[in-house]
Design a protein around this ligand. Structure first.
Ligand SMILES: *[C@@H]1O[C@H](CO)[C@@H](O)[C@H](O)[C@H]1NC(C)=O
Ligand SMILES: *[C@@H]1O[C@H](CO)[C@@H](O)[C@H](O)[C@H]1NC(C)=O
Ligand SMILES: *[C@@H]1O[C@H](CO)[C@@H](O)[C@H](O)[C@H]1NC(C)=O
Ligand SMILES: *[C@@H]1O[C@H](CO)[C@@H](O)[C@H](O)[C@H]1NC(C)=O
Ligand SMILES: *[C@@H]1O[C@H](CO)[C@@H](O)[C@H](O)[C@H]1NC(C)=O
Length: 946
């Protein structure tokens, strides 16, 4: 997948989930537990059209069948190089790019069945060097390219069933896999099999399925199947004939199992085929194609090695006395699905080692004592006949029989004499008959019985001591009867019983509690099924808790009571100290007593689904206190509005919580934190509120890598109404964090910007700023002055640096004050002590007609002086009065003025006076100065001054 596409998908599908940490996969689930080393990802039936890129890298088993893939491209599996087992069947794949599977070098099982591949091209399977099993069945494959299988050096099983292969030489390329053992090429269009078209050298094949091809010719001319063990030729042949030409009798010498059902051949030809297998055949399966009483087929089929014959569905009606004569060495004879209605004793006469006799689905009405002579029998299947009567001698002599199937008949009575010789019987299936009672049927055993099934009959009552002599019994199946009464000690003696199935009967609370010891005598019972009965309690406490003797019970199912169990009495589970799993769903429970589980501290699985637990205190937190080891809790469709009862439940070991189909709207942080071991959370189909109360949950569900939130992408908002139907993942949780964080962000941004701006301004516009400051002061002062009509007290304010004071004292004052008698304002002489200096300056400037600045390098360095300049220049602009006289006492080149931005501007714009260099005449200077002092407001001294 291209990077760009990945990113786009990432945005479209996930918003802000990070692919690797997210554990709650879109539409996929991880079926094996979290810490399992073989993560198994299930993504079937989800409408995917590409391999989702976010499947965890360490995935080893991936089922992505039943989706909508049309092709597989290079890179699709780049991130899944750990895959060992890939099921991508039932898609619409018609193309696999060459090299697309290159990344899957660890793959051992690949299922591409039920797609639309037309050919197996040469590079398509490239790279699958560890593949053991490849399923390409049910495609449209017509062609297999020459080198298609060249890299599959380890392939053992190849399924090409149900394709469009026509010529056997098309199968040849698959033989490039040198270890191929099982080849399924049934249901194609082969009409000729010539072994030389496939190979002339011995192959490693052990199993070859050729069934359902319209073969007209089967010709084997080389020993290419020396290891073949299993050959299936069922439903082959065309137009009633198949030419069979196996040139050496030894070619099939290792075939042990032959399926030869309904091959379109005359019985005579079949009889000619069979000798090819004479040496080794152990098992044969025919049907349809043989009319046993017309041919000596069995005679030709029953070779010395043959042990198993299956003659299912042959429409056999009559078994004749001598028909099995050639087959006396059989160990298994399957005559199922025929029309046999009668058995005769003499028929089985010759069998010496028959162990298994299958007569299921026939038309027998009675057993008639026909096979007493078969003392070797171990397994008899009479199921699904019409047997309605059993006599005491029916199973006489059958001391070896371990398994007897009598289910699906019309038996209405069983008498104890029936079992008199069945000393080894372990499994007895009597289900689906017409038994109304058992009475004393088992009063004498069979003592060795382990599994007894009497389900789907019409029993209504279990009497005291009915099973007393079945002390070996492990499993007793009594479901689907009409049992409404169980007498005290009914199960007495079942010392080894581990499972008792009593579901779908008419058992009521009364049945269980009428006597104090209904379930006594089964000290080892582990599973008790009581679901789908009519158990319903009204009392809060029982006088005779029914399970008190079952201290080994592990699993109790009480779910789906017909009228609802209504309530669980507080001591119902008394005695169940080993109980681990409890199913009590669909029982109309509205409230649970907090003491319910106080007797069952081992409980780790609890299913309460489909009840009506909508009230706030329906499930009290205390309920869970005695069962702190609970790991799985199922609460599907229980009308729950909140899971807050879990907050104080202390379920620190809960790993699976399923509560889909409820009315839960909010999951908060505390709840999640109270379940530290949670691995699977299923909250599909709840009525979530899309607001900031779920902020934590949404973010957690998308990011957690310890909990898998099942199908989180399907959770939708139910509130607020404006967001109804929107995916929970689409809710913008960032809008929740906005409040505080955003304000902080805003403040700090503003601060940063301001700081930047200020430093910028300070750096580049420092003088403008300072000037502005003084300008401001000057403005203030100016407006003040305007109000308090000021008086001009001086002719000139002299602005100078202290360093230049000698010149002022020695040259300037004598000349201007002495000779020309101007009144001058000098700060060292005329400033009012105690006033702020700037006030003095401003005052001085505004009470003088002119300001004379004596400019030297020192002057420029001094802030005081430049502020004087600025104040004065403000007055210049503001009042449009020409107040400023610049006097340069030393030569200052323009570039040295440049930092003194304001000064430079003035110098550039205006003319100024220059103090003559030593030795030059000072007369002109004083003259010019005098003129400058004399000029009135509004009059520019022009360049003449210079
Ligand atoms: C997830 O599955 C649902 C229902 O099958 C489907 O509507 C949706 O498009 C799927 N989403 C993705 C990303 O495949
Ligand atoms: C294949 O599996 C082995 C371990 O089974 C592992 O070490 C190796 O990295 C895997 N190869 C690839 C390409 O994932
Ligand atoms: C081979 O494919 C057929 C047809 O899809 C299927 O029924 C059969 O179970 C497959 N057998 C194996 C071993 O994969
Ligand atoms: C069987 O095949 C061989 C080799 O092709 C041929 O020589 C022989 O005539 C064939 N036999 C029959 C009965 O078709
Ligand atoms: C073969 O069975 C049919 C009934 O299916 C019967 O009519 C016929 O007599 C039998 N033939 C032989 C030779 O037993």
């Amino acid at each position: 997948m291209g990077k760009l596409q990945q990113i786009t998908l990432y945005i479209v599908l996930f918003g802000f989930i990070s692919p690797c940490s997210a554990f709650s996969l879109q539409n996929c689930t991880i079926s094996t537990p979290l810490r399992d080393i073989q993560p198994k990802v299930l993504c079937y039936k989800m409408g995917f059209f590409r391999i989702p890129w976010w499947i965890p890298r360490n995935t080893q088993i991936l089922d992505i069948s039943f989706n909508a893939f049309a092709q597989i491209q290079i890179g699709d599996f780049r991130h899944l190089s750990n895959l060992q087992d890939l099921n991508i069947s039932n898609n619409r794949i018609s193309q696999i790019q060459e090299g697309a599977l290159d990344d899957l070098s660890n793959l051992t099982y690949l299922n591409l069945a039920s797609n639309r591949l037309k050919a197996v091209s040469s590079g398509m399977l490239h790279g699958l060097s560890n593949l053991l099993v490849l399923r390409l069945d049910d495609n449209n494959i017509k062609d297999i390219e020459e080198s298609a299988f060249s890299t599959l050096q380890n392939l053992k099983v190849l399924n090409l069933t149900k394709n469009h292969l026509h010529y056997i030489d098309k199968v040849k390329p698959v033989l490039a896999s040198p270890l191929l053992e099982e080849l399924y090429i049934g249901s194609n269009s082969f009409d000729v099999f010539n072994s030389y078209e496939m190979s002339t050298k011995p192959l490693s094949l052990k199993k070859l399925d050729f069934s359902n091809n319209p073969l007209a010719t089967f010709q084997l001319t080389d020993n290419i199947f020396p290891s073949l063990n299993h050959l299936d030729l069922s439903y082959c042949g065309q137009n009633g004939s198949m030419t069979w030409n196996v040139t050496e009798k030894t070619y099939f010498s290792s075939v042990q199992t032959l399926y030869f059902m309904d091959v379109n051949m005359s019985p005579q030809s079949v009889a000619n085929v069979l000798p090819s297998f004479k040496n080794s055949l152990n098992k044969i399966r025919f049907n349809g194609n043989v009319e046993l009483n017309k041919t000596n087929l069995l005679l030709s089929a029953c070779f010395p090695m043959l042990r198993v014959v299956r003659l299912n569905a042959n429409k056999i009606k009559h078994l004749t006395d001598n028909m099995f004569d050639p087959c006396f060495d059989l160990t298994e004879l399957d005559l199922g699905q025929n029309e046999i209605s009668k058995l005769s004793q003499s028929m089985f006469r010759g069998f010496t080692q028959l162990k298994k006799l299958l007569l299921q689905i026939n038309k027998l009405t009675q057993i008639t004592n026909s096979f007493q002579i078969l003392s070797t029998l171990e397994f008899i299947d009479f199921s699904r006949n019409s047997i309605n009567k059993l006599t005491c001698d029916d199973f006489a002599n059958l001391t070896q029989v371990k398994t007897l199937y009598l289910y699906g008949n019309k038996i209405s009575l069983i008498r104890s004499c029936l079992f008199k010789d069945l000393k080894s019987l372990e499994v007895l299936k009597l289900g689906t008959n017409d038994l109304l009672r058992i009475d004393d049927a088992f009063s004498n055993g069979p003592h060795s019985l382990k599994d007894l099934q009497i389900n789907y009959n019409k029993l209504s009552k279990i009497e005291k001591y009915t099973f007393r002599n079945l002390s070996q019994l492990n499993s007793l199946t009594l479901n689907d009867n009409q049992i409404s009464e169980i007498e005290a000690q009914a199960f007495e003696g079942l010392k080894n019983l581990t499972s008792l199935f009593l579901s779908s009967n008419k058992i009521t609370a009364k049945t269980l509690t009428r006597y104090p010891n209904v379930f006594s005598g089964m000290p080892n019972l582990q599973n008790l099924d009581l679901y789908a009965n009519s158990i319903s309690f009204a009392d809060n406490k029982l006088k005779h808790p029914p399970f008190k003797d079952l201290n080994q019970l592990r699993v109790l199912t009480l779910h789906s009571q017909r009228r609802g169990i209504d309530k669980i009495p507080s001591n119902l589970l008394q005695g169940l100290s080993s109980m681990e799993m409890f199913y009590v769903g669909n029982t109309n429970l509205g409230h649970l007593n907090p003491d319910t589980f106080k007797f069952s501290p081992q409980l780790w699985f609890l299913d309460l689904s489909k009840n009506a637990l909508s009230e706030d205190n329906s499930i009290p937190a205390e309920l869970f206190h005695p069962i702190s080891g609970l790991t799985k809790l199922i609460l599907s469709r229980t009308q729950l509005r909140s899971l807050n009862f879990l907050l104080n439940a202390n379920l620190s070991r809960l790993s699976t919580l399923k509560a889909p189909g409820n009315e839960i709207d909010t999951i908060n942080k505390t709840l999640i934190q109270s379940l530290p071991r949670l691995e699977v959370l299923d909250l599909q189909k709840n009525t979530f509120t899309c607001d900031c109360h779920n902020e934590f949950f949404i973010e957690w569900a998308m990011k957690t890598n310890s909990t898998q939130v099942f199908y989180f992408n399907r959770y939708t908002c139910s509130y607020p109404r404006s967001l109804r139907g929107m995916s929970l993942t689409a809710f913008n949780i960032e809008s929740c964090t906005l409040n505080i964080d955003f304000i902080c962000f805003l403040c700090s941004s503003i601060m940063v910007t301001l700081t930047l701006l200020l430093s910028f301004v300070w750096h580049f516009l420092r003088y403008q700023v300072i000037y502005a400051y003084y300008l401001f002061l000057a403005y203030l002062y100016d407006s003040k002055k305007k109000q308090t009509v000021s008086t001009i007290r001086y002719d000139a304010f002299i602005s100078y640096n202290t360093e230049d004071e000698p010149w002022v004292m020695e040259e300037l004052i004598p000349k201007l004050e002495g000779e020309q008698s101007w009144r001058l304002c000098l700060h060292h002489r005329d400033f009012e002590p105690g006033r702020p200096i700037i006030d003095n300056i401003i005052d001085g400037i505004y009470s003088s007609r002119k300001t004379i600045c004596l400019i030297t390098r020192n002057y420029l360095k001094s802030n005081w002086c430049s502020s004087e300049v600025q104040v004065a220049s403000y007055r210049l602009f503001d009042e449009q009065k020409d107040v400023l006289i610049l006097v340069f006492l030393e030569d200052i080149p323009a570039h040295q003025l440049s930092p003194h931005h304001r000064m430079r501007k003035l110098v550039k714009k205006r003319t100024y006076l220059r103090w003559p260099k030593p030795g030059e005449d000072t007369k002109i200077f004083w003259q010019k100065l005098k003129m400058a002092l004399e000029t009135r407001e509004g009059h520019n001294p022009e360049s003449s001054i210079l």
